[in-house]
Design a protein around this ligand. Structure first.
Ligand code: HEC
Length: 146
């Protein structure tokens, strides 16, 4: 199943409810979660990557730490995306993940019904990829002016 395609189709119908300003689909047309997940020019990011930063810090950072760096509870996603491709990443977010470790269980919740996350998985991935590739620093990135 192509989750990126589903994300786009869903976005077309529902994004107006979730984005008060800006384009319905935050991700720029020139980006693609497989070939080109983000655009960084002079340290500034495209709209989708910026949106990924915002979505990450509203839904993921409580467990995964600020700036994708990990916390005591959940792994550093800046490292994870070096290993996970977009489909694997999207699958974990849709379905969650549970690892039974010696010291108990750590659970990644499922976001499959959370449209504030599911519509923007490609943006979140792009943001984390840009961080993983060392293209943007910690903190809120600046946007490329259009
Ligand atoms: C309630 C805490 C919590 C929240 C919120 C959360 N996660 Fe997680 N996540 C975890 C835990 C714990 C793991 C490790 C689970 C495991 O290894 O079985 C995990 C694992 C993951 C993994 C797999 C990492 C790897 O290296 O295999 C991805 C990808 C991921 N989370 C993405 C996200 C994204 C994106 C968000 C925000 C939309 C998010 N998570 C929100 C707790 C959370």
């Amino acid at each position: 199943m192509n989750l990126s395609f589903l994300t786009r189709v869903a976005t077309a119908g529902a994004a107006f409810f979730f984005l008060s300003a800006g384009t319905p689909h935050a991700q720029d047309a020139e980006t693609d979660p497989y070939e080109k997940p983000y655009i960084v020019e002079d340290g500034k990011v495209d709209q989708g990557t910026y949106n990924g930063f915002r979505r990450y810090h509203s839904s993921c950072h409580v467990c995964h730490g600020p700036d994708g760096l990990g916390g005591s509870f959940a792994p550093a996603l800046v490292e994870s995306v070096k290993r996970l491709d977009y489909d694997q990443f999207a699958e974990i977010i849709a379905n969650g993940k549970q690892e039974a470790g010696a010291s108990g269980q750590r659970v990644m919740p499922s976001f499959g019904t959370d449209q504030n996350v599911m519509l923007y998985v490609a943006d979140i991935y792009g943001y984390l990829k840009a961080r993983a590739d060392g293209k943007i620093d910690r903190g809120r990135p600046e946007r490329i002016k259009k």
